[in-house]
Design a protein around this ligand. Structure first.
Ligand code: NAD
Length: 482
């Protein structure tokens, strides 16, 4: 069985960790590789390599760094199908979803390749008589990122291209549940010829994360994952004097007004809930039907949910894959049990779903709960599976109040044909990413990505212009010539 290696200082090397975990195909149960749980010593070796590369890389002119990103983009573009297939094998999502996953990642490389323009400072002549002032942006050193299982190619590419484009060096720890997409992406990075040590890959779990947070030579940490860990990373890395951006979990509300366009709205809502088996941080979870919209949404959603084709994401015709692991399937099923116990009406039950020929898959079928009440656990906690919770509201005010009760604030959407309702929603809803007639409100690479409240810890969001702020220090130069 293949044992994954770390990529440190431009070379592949064995982890010093002795614990190996199985990387499994969640549809077939097949073991694809073994991933090591690396140690603090491996982190230290990666940080030393990144530190050694920093002086040369940070002194490389931005136009030349941009050319490295152009090469990276070309090599990634040539391997879209290969990375998508790896992503589907390790994660379970459909091939179409996996292509989008990597595609969204590549867009960040494309955006970061504009670094000469993105990195520019500002200047003003004569701030006082005979005195000029200008700002420059400078890199800070070594940055680290920790990423979740749900978008194996994309989420690391929210960080890596900007970290290196701005002149920093970088260490990544991908999710130990899905390390294979990044393993291959780093082989491609190696092929594209970035100087040794500029980017490094360390496989592992919490020991690596805690070593990042504590390491005195890491300038900043980016984290994406569940809120409990995001909060821990934010606290411990900030305590150690680092910059931190920590993106956490979600409970996203989709509000449907009586004047919503019926069929395309329902299609977008169903895709938001069941796409990627509900394992998106932007996935719809609670659908709030306002007034007479409720019944129509319920019937439309049920019809769409029944039409979902559950199966191996690598097979044509399948529209929803398995969830990531047997443990996660049990967790989602326990939430469905809880919803039933709490008195919500289960209209479609995904528990016990089976797929012929795949006895070892982690299957949960599309699930629909009716009559969900605000205080219920299924209405408040992140389920991260293909479960729709339908809730009623009298009017827009009540719908916004329901959404704003949530401790999370990642995304929220409204479906309406009223500009006034959309504008009210956009202004008042407590979520960082807002959709208007959009089910998955995902900002593209050139806009910031991140939530509010318990969904985000920090102040500078991922990608877009905020990435340039996160990865640089602004220096202000005030000049007078005698
Ligand atoms: P997770 O929190 O279990 O793991 C995320 C990362 O943290 C992994 O690399 C893991 O190795 C590490 N980790 C796990 N437990 C740790 C601990 N106790 N100490 C230190 N490190 C630890 O999350 P996951 O299950 O991989 O991903 C799903 C979660 O990610 C969901 O909550 C989802 O909403 C969230 N997510 C958020 C966004 C966003 O933009 N806000 C995007 C994608 C995923």
């Amino acid at each position: 069985m293949r044992v994954l290696e770390n990529f440190i200082g431009g070379a592949w090397s064995r982890s010093s960790g002795t614990t190996l975990l199985d990387v499994k195909n969640p549809a077939t149960g097949e073991c694809l590789a073994k991933v090591p749980l690396s140690t603090a010593a491996d982190v230290d070796a990666a940080v030393k390599a990144a530190q050694a590369a920093f002086p040369g890389w940070s002194a490389t002119p931005p136009v030349q760094r941009a050319r490295h990103l152009f090469r990276l983009r070309e090599v990634f573009d040539a391997h879209r199908d290969e990375i998508a297939a790896i992503c589907t094998a390790e994660h379970g999502k459909t091939l179409a979803e996996a292509r989008n996953d990597f595609g969204r990642g590549i867009e960040n490389v494309e955006h970061a390749a504009g670094i000469p323009a993105l990195l520019m400072g500002q200047g003003l002549e004569d701030v006082a008589s005979g005195i000029d002032c200008h700002t420059v942006r400078q890199p800070l050193g070594v940055f680290a990122a920790v990423t979740p299982f749900n978008f194996p190619p994309m989420v690391p590419l929210w960080f890596l291209p900007y970290a290196v484009a701005t002149g920093n060096t970088f260490v990544l720890k991908p999710s130990e549940q899905v390390p294979l997409s990044q393993q291959r992406i780093f082989e491609l990075i190696d092929q594209a010829g970035l100087p040794p040590g500029v980017v490094n890959l360390v496989h592992g779990g919490r020991e690596v994360v805690n070593a990042f947070c504590a390491h005195e030579d890491i300038a900043g940490v980016s984290f994406v994952g569940s809120s409990a860990v995001a909060r821990h990373v934010y606290r411990s890395a900030a305590e150690a004097g680092k910059r931190v951006q920590a993106l956490g979990g979600a409970k996203n509300f989709l509000v449907v007004m009586p004047d919503a366009e019926p069929s395309r709205s329902i299609a977008a809502i169903a895709e938001s809930i069941y796409g990627c088996s509900g394992q998106r941080c932007l996935a719809g979870s609670v659908v709030v039907g306002v007034g007479e919209a409720y019944e129509a949404v319920r019937e439309g959603l049920l019809e769409r949910a029944r039409a979902v084709v559950l199966g191996d994401g690598a097979r044509p015709g399948v529209t929803m894959g398995p969830v990531i692991s047997a443990a996660h399937r049990d967790r989602v099923v326990s939430y469905i049990d809880r919803g039933v116990a709490e008195g919500a009406r289960l209209l479609l039950d995904g528990r016990g779903a089976k797929v012929e020929g795949y006895p070892h898959g982690n299957w949960v079928g599309p699930t629909v709960f009716d009559d969900v009440k605000p205080g219920m656990v299924i209405a408040t906690e992140e389920i991260f599976g293909p479960v729709a919770c339908l809730m009623r509201a009298r009017d827009l005010d009540e719908a916004i109040a329901l959404a704003n009760r949530s401790e999370y604030g990642n995304a929220a959407s409204i479906f309406t044909s009223s500009g006034r309702a959309a504008r009210e929603f956009q202004r008042r809803v407590g979520a960082g990413m807002v959709g208007v007639n959009i089910g998955v409100a995902a900002p593209m690479a050139f806009f910031p990505f991140g939530g509010q409240k318990g969904s985000f810890f920090g102040d500078l969001k991922a990608h877009g212009p905020t990435a340039i702020d996160f990865y640089t220090e602004r220096k202000i130069v005030i000049t007078r010539w005698f």
